[in-house]
Ligand binder design. Structure first.
Ligand SMILES: [Zn+2]
Length: 255
């Protein structure tokens, strides 16, 4: 009987020690993610119990004639959805392409009406007007009003706390990126180089937002896309679109 009690006590202490080790490990995981406070993606990880790595493919500057269609073909073949940050003036005369993006289940983000840096960044008010104008254009064509926006060139040197507040008041949410394939800076990079760039991400990020472009010069982006998709599928990433429910992601606010 005494021997039986000893076995019970031994088993119980073993279970308790095991539980203690597991909970310490979990704590460390949260500390690891919470450390980098400047990165909203880390904060997101800490709270996310259904931890799953996600990749968001985002295409800026469209819709354009040939390239956007090519990208849409590749996305369809691979059964992957993406987010297109569209420019208002590019929609003019290409309403059908915007409709195709929407009808095939991709998300629409806004990327100003003119994409003219000098004018869009002349004041907060002009920037917001530009975003309202492209939102209205999208509404006219496909009858949705996206809140998702991306600053041309990224928000880094423009977004202040005040500015962010005004954007929220106008029902806009900001999304930068954390992986750049550099097809915007140089559309002539080789397909191999673009694929290599797409693989450069920080291990600690559970949400990767890939910046790609669909300008008329981005032929190589369309060629690289199947390999980029294959790479992240093989790593077990989920592909998601950025919609009104996606947590915002921007670089540091300007003081
Ligand atoms: Zn752009």
């Amino acid at each position: 009987m005494l021997k039986f009690k000893k076995i019970i006590i031994f088993t119980l202490s073993f279970v308790l020690v095991f539980i203690a080790i597991i909970s310490t490990k979990n704590k460390n995981l949260n500390i690891l993610h919470a450390k980098d406070k400047s990165n909203p993606l880390s904060a997101y990880n800490a709270d996310d119990s259904t931890y799953k790595r996600t990749v968001y493919l985002t295409f800026d500057d469209g819709p354009t004639c040939i390239i956007t269609d090519k990208l849409l073909d590749v996305l369809k073949e691979n059964d992957v959805k993406a987010t297109f940050f569209v420019v208002g003036k590019e929609i003019e005369g290409r309403e059908d392409i915007l409709k195709r993006i929407h009808n095939e289940g991709h998300a629409i983000g806004l990327h100003t009406y003119s994409h003219n840096f000098k004018s869009i960044y002349s004041s907060k008010e002009v920037f917001i007007e530009e975003m309202e104008k492209v939102r209205n254009k999208v509404k006219d064509v496909i009858n949705i009003s996206p809140s998702v926006i991306r600053f041309p060139g990224g928000s880094a040197n423009h977004l202040t706390e005040d500015f962010l507040l005004s954007l929220h008041e106008h029902n806009f949410k900001v999304y930068d990126w954390n992986v750049d394939i550099f097809d915007g800076v140089n559309p002539n990079l080789t397909t191999n180089k673009l694929v290599q760039n797409a693989k450069k991400y920080k291990e600690s990020y559970s949400r990767l937002i890939l910046l790609l472009h669909c300008n008329s010069k981005n032929k190589n982006t369309a060629k690289a896309l199947p390999q980029i998709i294959r790479y992240y599928k093989d790593l077990g990433y989920d592909f998601k679109v950025i919609d009104n429910n996606t947590q915002e992601y921007y670089y540091k606010l300007k003081k």
